[in-house]
Every structure is written in structure tokens, then in C-alpha cells.
Ligand binder design. Structure first.
Ligand code: TPP
Length: 581
């Protein structure tokens, strides 16, 4: 695959699971086996009395590892990070207090089209229909509050409070998550996980998913119309968006670029889904904050294919993109829209791109012109290596660390802009949460991603404000023996907010971040921390992280000036601010 995080649909196989011994065909084991069958081998959880028996049955499943997290929000973020690498993730929480705590992470996974199975221990099945008041609720005889909250952030909800329907409910929930690429909610009554039932076969019956198919006539008509539209263009370009992932169309997108010769750009939120080593690659298209010469080529094209875009206020830089609808061919996971003209529904992106590749005339004009006019970006000025570190120097060093054996996790904040400019080598993973942008996401997501992508060393770039939200789960990274390198950028505030609209609320209390991580480490697990004040410190720290401490979680606190931002953030901030007012 072009990049590390380009995943195939989860494989459903019965090979990984073994027949249950007599009496083991319980609801809990059935659920555990189903998780393993769809590709989940780690479940992120926080225990509570409504889910304890369920957890017993999950850990009894040989292929399943339970990862205890410090809080439910991080467990949800970890399942999100895991799903980005594995194609599906799962977390287990307790009734309402756990459920409401994980909601924000589930909403984020929804926004990123991630199949995430959120399992909550629920009330005793005998309590349904009574007017009992349960603990962990707000004190009303109503068990539905948690469910009602999940209805807005999941695509399917199953309340399993009887054994007769449990098999069907669980299978429908899991298959819906995979089909829709969205989170689902499964509540399991706390008294049921240990009970066997004839519907839970002792044999590992495979999990079946019916594939989505394109409408054949619609596909042909869409390809015909698109070919006509594009073959008369003089300098067409292609731009990949974030929904390439959910459409499983990354490879088809590249094949189209190969066949057509078109220039290839990526939207900021699609970074990692389009190969940056491809000869036609021209950079990130992000309006006024695009990488050098990319916006000029895209906006001056006479036709552009946007595959899986999301145009929101942030990706459109405060609605300032210079695009024209009549020049655009928009390909979404299941539909194609051509200019101001027709829309073709029930057409899958992957099928469409593959069929279109056979119909386009070769046109290399835009890409060749990009090469003709392109002047490479400069390098940061050389300072005395003992001068206070500058953020652009930091990222120049991070760039050199990247390879197919690494993956970058970028937290919301100036890291969005600094990481966006990293040129990803083939196979280097890249993840961030641009649509939802919930600060603190990266700590949990790093935990989950590293747990899933054991072949990669994760490099997380996290601002101090974001880290303060979810720092605890560095603890779980250590427990799991992860070797992530965390760059904590200590600039004393919420800098991205400063550039949108400043006030005293954007200054945060300074922490001793390495001291905090040392306290969490507490002598258990492999951990190395250091503070970096100048370039010389940084080169030393990176050398150690990649050398003597390569088997450790390495936490590098970079002391940056509070006004040291990327130039893209300054430009983007003023445009978003104008759109907000
Ligand atoms: N709360 C949540 C959960 N998510 C948010 N996005 C915000 C608040 C608003 N917000 C967006 S970015 C940001 C805040 C508070 C500050 C991030 O600061 P930091 O992590 O230090 O990164 P920097 O901007 O300094 O690079």
C-alpha cells in the first residue's frame, strides 16, 4: 500500500478462533469471538460493576487482549487509533458513568468514519420494566439515558437484555459498524455474559458480510459522463480527500493517476491516504495555506477530480477556496457529481475510479507545469546550535526521522500545520483528527495506533494544552511496553486559539511535563524523558531516542517560544477568524 495507514476492509475469518469447550458457548465468549473474527485483538476498557462478568469472558478468549485505560475518554480514543491501523476497534465501558465519559471519543470516530464497537455493561435484564433506581444513573428510574446519548453519535444501537435475540443483535451491530464504517453501541445486561445459549455455536461459524455493489448501469453512465467531462480538459488535476479511506479507494485513486497522467494533490484531512512519493504528487491543497505551488496548479486547472472531500470551514480556510463547481468532478464513497450537471447515485468510488482509469486520455500538462515552475521550500536559517530552539528547526529534524517504519500522529493545534508540511516517505503512516478536532485525542489515539501497528514506531506531536487533557494514558503506553516517541511542544498556551482570537484564557498553567511522565513511569516499564532547549539538545535527544533508548517510550519536551508558530497558522487563523465574526 502507498502509505502505512491505508487499510483494507477487515478480514472476516474463522481461522483465528477455536471451538468452545462444553459450557463455554456463552454470550460473553460469543461476543469475544466475534471481535476476534473481525480483526480486533485488543480491547480498550475501564472496568465497572456492570461489565465485570463480561470482561471475565472477554479475557477468556485466547485471541483477545484487554488493555485497561485510565479513563473512558482515552479508551475510546485508543479504539479510534486502533481502528485507523486495523480497520476496526473496540472499547468496553460501564453503565452511564463510563458511557457518557466515552461519548466524545465516539463522536470523533463517527466524524472520521471509523468502525468502532463501543460495548457498555448494562442493567440486569430483570430490572428492565421495573421502576428501580440504579446507581450510576442520574437518579431517575430510567435506563435509557445512555442509549439516547449514543443515538446521536453511533449508526446503530443494540440493547442486549435477553439471550434469544443476543446473537442476532450482536451480529447486526458489528456488521453495521463495518458496512457503514461508523461506531456502534452495544449494551450487554450485566447478568447475561456467563450464560450459554444454543444460538452461540460451539464451532467458530464465520462472520458474514455482504459486500456493497455499484449499480452497473449507473456506473457505466457515470464513467461515460466523467470521461467526456475530463477528456476535453486541458490541464486536469486530482485531489484526494479523507473519505478515500472509508471508500477503500486509495489504490484505485493512485491507479487513476498512473493511467491518466494527472497531477496528484491531497486535501489536508486526506494526508496519509495519497502517496507523497508518487511522481505526479504536487502537495497539499489547502487554499491559501497549501504547500508551495499546489494551490496555484489546482485552482488554475480547468477540471479537478475531488475524491472523498469534506469541505468544512477549516479545510476551506474560512470558505476562501478559489474553486468553481462547474470545473469539479466530486466522487464520494457512493456517488459521483459532475460539475453543475448530473449526479449518479449507487456508484462506489473504487469501481468508478477503476473504470474511469480505462477511459481517460493521458494528460500530463498540469503535473509537468508544476515541475516547470516549482521552486523547493527553503530550509530554516541556521542558528547557533545553543540558541533557543525554533519550531521549524524541530520539524526539520522530525522530517529526517521518518521512514516506512514510522507513523506520525498529529494533535490538533499548530501540530496540524507543522506536521502537514512533513513529506511522508513511502509506507510512513499519518493520522490526525481534522473534522472533529478534539484536543487530547492524540494521547489515546497514539496508544491505540501503536498497539495495532506493532511494526511501526509512532512519533506523536502534541501541544502542551492538548496533553493536559489526556496525559494519564502515557501510563497505559508504558504498561503495554510501547516505544512511541512523544514530542511535547511546550509553548505555554493554546497557540492555535491565540491566532484565531486571543485573550487571557489562552494562557495555560505551565507543568513540568517530563516530571509528570517520570511520576507516571514510577520505575515500572521502559521510559526515557528529556527537556530540549536548543538544537544541540534536540539532536542529542533524537540520537538517544533512536539509539540507546530505542526500546523505550521516549518523551521529549521541547521548550518553544509562545509566539513561535508556523506561518500557515498565522494565515489560516486570520481567515478562520474572519469567517467566525
Ligand atoms: N476543547 C476540546 C475538547 N477540543 C478543542 N478543540 C478545544 C477545546 C478548542 N481548542 C482547539 S485547539 C486548542 C483548544 C483549546 C488549543 C490547543 O493547544 P495546544 O495543544 O497547546 O497546541 P498549540 O495550539 O499550542 O499548538
Amino acid at each position: 500500500p502507498p502509505n502505512g495507514n491505508i487499510i483494507s476492509p477487515p478480514v472476516t475469518t474463522a481461522a483465528a478462533v477455536v471451538p468452545f469447550a462444553f459450557g463455554e458457548a456463552t454470550l460473553g465468549r460469543h461476543l469475544a469471538r466475534r471481535l476476534v473474527q473481525v480483526g480486533v485483538s485488543d480491547v480498550f476498557s475501564v472496568p465497572g460493576d456492570f461489565n465485570l462478568t463480561l470482561l471475565d469472558h472477554l479475557i477468556a478468549e485466547p485471541g483477545l487482549n484487554l488493555v485497561g485505560c485510565c479513563n473512558e475518554l482515552n479508551a475510546g480514543y485508543a479504539a479510534d487509533g486502533y481502528a485507523r491501523s486495523r480497520g476496526v476497534g473496540a472499547c468496553v465501558v460501564t453503565f452511564t458513568v463510563g458511557g457518557l465519559s466515552v461519548l466524545n471519543a465516539i463522536a470523533g470516530a463517527y466524524s472520521e468514519n471509523l468502525p468502532l464497537i463501543c460495548i457498555a455493561g448494562g442493567p440486569n435484564s430483570n430490572d428492565y420494566g421495573t421502576n428501580r433506581i440504579l446507581h450510576h444513573t442520574i437518579g431517575l428510574p430510567d435506563f435509557s439515558q445512555e442509549l439516547r446519548c449514543f443515538q446521536t453519535v453511533t449508526c446503530y444501537q443494540a440493547v442486549v437484555n435477553n439471550l434469544e435475540d443476543a446473537h442476532e443483535q450482536i451480529d447486526t451491530a458489528i456488521s453495521t459498524a463495518l458496512k457503514e464504517s461508523k461506531p456502534v453501541y452495544i449494551s450487554i445486561s450485566c447478568n447475561l455474559p456467563a450464560i450459554p445459549h444454543p444460538t452461540f455455536s460451539r464451532e467458530p461459524v464465520p462472520f458474514c458480510l455482504s459486500p456493497k455493489l455499484s449499480n452497473k448501469m449507473g456506473l457505466e453512465a457515470a464513467v461515460e459522463a466523467a470521461a467526456e467531462f475530463l477528456n476535453k480538459a486541458v490541464k486536469p488535476v486530482m485531489v484526494g480527500g479523507p473519505k478515500l479511506r472509508v471508500a477503500h479507494a486509495c489504490q484505485a485513486f493512485v491507479e487513476l493517476a498512473d493511467a491518466s497522467g494527472y497531477a496528484l494533490a491531497v486535501m489536508p484531512s486526506g494526508k496519509g491516504l495519497v502517496p507523497e512519493h508518487h511522481p505526479h504528487f504536487i502537495g497539499t491543497y489547502w487554499g491559501a495555506v497549501s504547500t508551495a505551488f499546489c494551490a496555484e496548479i489546482v485552482e488554475s486547472a480547468d477540471a479537478y477530480i475531488f475524491a472523498g472531500p469534506i469541505f468544512n470551514d477549516y479545510s476551506s480556510v474560512g470558505y476562501s477556496l478559489l474553486l468553481k463547481k462547474e470545473k469539479a468532478l466530486i466522487v464520494q464513497p457512493d456517488r459521483v457529481v459532475i460539475g453543475n450537471g448530473p449526479t449518479f447515485g449507487c456508484v462506489l468510488m473504487k469501481d468508478f475510479l477503476q473504470a474511469l482509469a480505462k477511459r481517460l486520455k493521458k494528460n500530463t500538462t498540469a503535473y509537468e507545469n508544476y515541475h516547470r515552475i516549482f521552486v523547493p521550500e527553503g530550509h530554516p536559517l541556521k542558528d547557533d546550535p545553543k540558541e533557543p530552539i525554533r519550531v521549524n528547526v524541530l520539524f526539520e529534524h522530525i522530517q529526517k526521522m521518518l521512514s516506512s517504519d514510522t507513523a506520525v500522529i498529529a494533535e490538533t493545534g499548530d501540530s496540524w500545520f507543522n506536521c502537514q508540511k512533513l513529506k511522508l516517505p513511502q509506507g510512513c503512516g499519518y493520522e490526525f483528527q481534522m473534522q472533529y478536532g478534539s484536543i487530547g485525542w492524540s494521547v489515546g489515539a497514539t496508544l491505540g495506533y501503536a498497539q495495532a501497528a506493532t511494526d511501526k514506531r509512532v512519533i506523536a506531536c502534541i501541544g502542551d494544552g492538548s496533553f493536559q487533557v489526556t496525559a494519564q494514558d502515557v501510563s497505559t503506553m508504558l504498561r503495554c511496553g510501547q516505544k512511541t516517541i512523544i514530542f511535547l511542544i511546550n509553548n505555554g498556551g493554546y497557540t492555535i486559539e491565540v491566532e484565531i482570537h486571543d485573550g487571557p484564557y489562552n494562557v495555560i498553567k505551565n507543568w513540568n511535563y517530563t516530571g509528570l511522565v517520570d511520576a507516571i513511569h514510577n520505575g515500572e516499564g521502559k521510559c526515557w524523558t528529556t527537556k530540549v532547549f536548543c538544537e544541540e539538545d534536540l539532536t542529542g535527544a533524537i540520537e538517544t531516542a533512536l539509539g540507546a533508548k530505542k526500546d523505550c517510550l521516549c518523551f521529549i519536551e521541547v521548550m518553544a517560544h509562545k509566539d513561535d508558530t508556523s506561518k500557515e497558522l498565522l494565515e489560516w487563523g486570520s481567515r478562520v477568524s474572519a469567517a467566525n465574526s
